[in-house]
Design a protein around this ligand. Structure first.
Ligand SMILES: Cc1ncc(C[n+]2csc(CCOP(=O)(O)OP(=O)(O)O)c2C)c(N)n1
Ligand SMILES: [Mg+2]
Length: 634
């Protein structure tokens, strides 16, 4: 066999390696540059990796290209950046290309939570972030592992949740060769990340990680993905001094347009029929106290989006609830007939507006949003202010004058009285109305829980019947509508808030999408409560088939082979409670609250064909609102 050919410098290093030489003292010059270069390239791949040709008193080391930096293993550097960012928990699942990172995690002082499916990891990081305001971190291996994160990343992206997703990638030299478990994850995630990186230069790993955190949490928050080839996490990388400020593209506009804010205040002061329309931006910017100040000072009622729930106390007399497709009828009326809509951190989503052409025809619009791309996107705003909600409100609120309630507010009160949320209480022994179960969850917990939801009818009933007074207490996949979000998000929220009561309001369909995370919750003794509104159907789809497809129920029936959720909970080592009678609902909830050392599934056997009302059918407007079943109650 012919001997393998390599550069002279490389051969030299190989021999030193064979001879177990682990330190070389030297000084470079033109003739030695090839050797210094080989030294630089070999970092992490030979026994000489990271060794110094030129040690100095600070223990730093010169690379071949005149750099003067300490080097450590890539995986360790990664965790050091997590430490810098105070990210003390990471949700992940291992695989070949992240073994170097898992090896470093073995010594990490933070907590790495082993999930059972990568989608669970992404939603846990999301729930952690939404409930705490901090950046959530998840980790997956290359190929299938990374791709399993995508739904969770997209969920976070649609709802502007700060997250850093770390993925392993095949070795740099193997990229593009259809290597085992290779997938172009940066390619796949471009549309669902705020930004993403494939690390190709070990020297950039640390700065990229720092930037990822910075980008995830500043401006309009969002997920950032960092794809790291395993040779880079295994190899040596420099750990440069932190210097990442000044990424202008991601900063909120620094100078607020004071003229526009003044004009906005004048419009509010002059308006006879104003409404505040708040969204998730109010919560992520920490503007909730200022919204309250504004509403109370100017006596303006507030409607909130699904993501804005908790941005203004729902029990406050000025709260008009949630408008839109399944919102309160009075909230939708308030928006439709307002003369001035002050939109703060919301985006005129189609679930709120319905047919945009017919939406709020008489309203002037003030739109405040940190993301200039949202301004004028759906509705043209008379005044559009690009800025952080809190920063803008700090200037705006003092300019707003006290306002006396008038005819408009009387009208709002009248709508509230005329269109309350109602449901039929069945006779004893009949299946449970899910609305009642959620109302009882609210009553028994005093409205103090952090509520997560899955997606479907139960999600809308949760939005309607579980009133939330505090920010970061209602976590739901609004933008993407991801079934399977709620339970892992609840686990993430419980990790972030160990003393809080965390409830996932679930459907029998959705809970089966990430039920495997029971193992994670049991392992960590998390007392998360899962309240399944078990209607035996993919209820929301059945509702559309009921109302718009002549009751041709297709692909929605689950009851015949749903698992026994109580036994399922027990199989994982959790607790299971079943409730079939109206008179047992309270006791079931109370019993679940006594279990504090493991997750509890409450299987509420619900009325199978209950529909969510009111409903503004997709693409329609307030005048098309269905307030009840065709021949049923209003
Ligand atoms: C991952 C995913 N797949 C499909 C859908 C479409 N979808 C929306 S609601 C729904 C039914 C949910 O059923 P269930 O969890 O039982 O809740 P229910 O409506 O019965 O309360 C479906 C299939 C979705 N939102 N997410
Ligand atoms: Mg269901």
């Amino acid at each position: 066999m012919l001997p393998k050919v390599m550069s002279g410098a490389e051969a030299l290093l190989r021999v030193l390696q064979e001879e177990d030489v682990d330190a070389v003292f030297g000084y470079p010059g033109a003739a030695l540059i090839p050797i210094y270069d080989a030294m630089y390239r070999s970092q992490g791949r030979t026994a000489l990796a990271g060794e110094c040709l030129e040690p100095d008193t600070a223990g730093t080391c010169s690379g071949g290209l005149g750099m003067s930096q300490q080097t450590i293993r890539g995986a360790e550097a990664l965790l050091k950046v997590l430490d810098e960012e105070s990210a003390d928990i990471l949700f992940g699942f291992p695989g070949g290309q992240v073994i170097p990172i898992y090896d470093a995690l073995y010594d990490w002082t933070g907590r790495d939570i082993l999930v059972r499916h990568e989608q669970g990891a992404a939603h846990m990081a999301d729930g952690y972030a939404r409930s705490s305001g901090r950046v959530g971190v998840c980790l997956a291996t290359s190929g299938p592992g990374a791709l399993n994160l995508v739904t969770g990343i997209a969920t976070a992206y649609m709802d502007s949740v700060p997250m850093v997703a770390i993925t392993g990638q095949v070795k740099t030299a193997a990229i593009g060769k259809d290597s085992f478990q290779e997938a172009d994850v940066t390619g796949v995630t471009i549309p669902v990340t705020k930004h993403n990186y494939l690390v190709t230069d070990p020297a950039q790993l640390v700065d990229i990680m720092r930037e990822a955190f910075y980008i995830a949490r500043t401006g309009r928050p969002g997920p950032v993905l960092v794809d790291i080839p395993s040779d880079i996490s295994l190899g040596q990388v420099p750990f440069p001094v932190r210097n990442i400020e000044g990424l202008d593209a991601y900063e909120p506009p620094q100078r607020l347009p004071s003229g526009d804010i003044e004009r906005a205040a004048d419009m509010i002061n002059a308006s006879e029929a104003p409404i505040l329309y708040i969204g998730g931006g109010v919560i992520s910017s920490g503007a909730a106290p200022l919204i309250r100040e504004l509403a109370e000072k100017a006596n303006i009622c507030v409607v909130h989006t699904l993501l804005g729930k908790g941005g203004f106390p729902e029990t406050h007399s000025l709260s008009m609830g949630m408008p839109g497709m399944h919102g309160m009828a009075y909230a939708s009326h308030a928006m439709q007939y307002a003369k001035l809509i002050v939109c703060i951190g919301a985006r005129f989503d189609d679930r709120v507006t319905g047919d945009v052409k017919k939406f709020a025809p008489d309203a002037e619009i003030i739109h405040i949003d940190i993301d200039p791309a949202e301004l004028h996107k759906v509705k043209r705003a008379g005044i559009a202010i690009a800025g952080d909600a809190r920063a803008v409100l700090e200037v705006l609120v003092p300019m707003v004058k006290p306002r006396v309630a008038g005819a408009w507010e009387q009208k709002l009160e009248q709508w509230k009285a005329e269109h309350p949320l109602i449901y039929d209480m069945p006779a004893a022994g009949s299946p449970l109305p899910p609305e009642y179960v959620i109302e009882q969850l609210y009553e028994v917990t005093g409205g103090n829980a952090i509520v997560c939801t899955e997606v479907g009818q139960h999600q809308m009933w949760a939005a309607q019947y579980y009133k939330v007074d505090k920010p970061r207490h209602f976590l739901s996949s609004g933008g993407l509508g991801t079934m399977g979000y709620g339970f892992p998000a609840a686990i993430g929220a419980q990790f972030a808030n160990p003393d809080a009561l965390v409830i996932d309001i679930a459907g029998d369909g959705s809970i089966q999408m990430n039920i495997q995370e029971m193992a994670t919750a049991v392992l960590h003794k998390l007392p998360v409560k899962i309240a399944i509104m078990n209607n035996g159907y993919l209820g929301m789809v059945r509702q559309w088939q009921d109302l718009f497809y002549d009751k041709r129920y297709s692909g929605v029936y689950l009851a015949q082979n749903n698992p026994d959720f109580v036994k399922l909970a027990e199989a994982y080592g959790g607790a299971g409670l079943r409730c079939e009678r109206v008179e047992d609902v309270r006791a079931t909830i109370e019993k679940s609250l006594e279990i504090n050392d493991r997750p509890v599934i409450m299987d509420f056997v619900c009325a199978p064909e209950e529909n969510v009302f009111p409903m503004i059918p997709a693409g329609k407007s307030v005048s098309d609102m269905l307030k009840s079943a065709p021949n049923g109650r209003e």
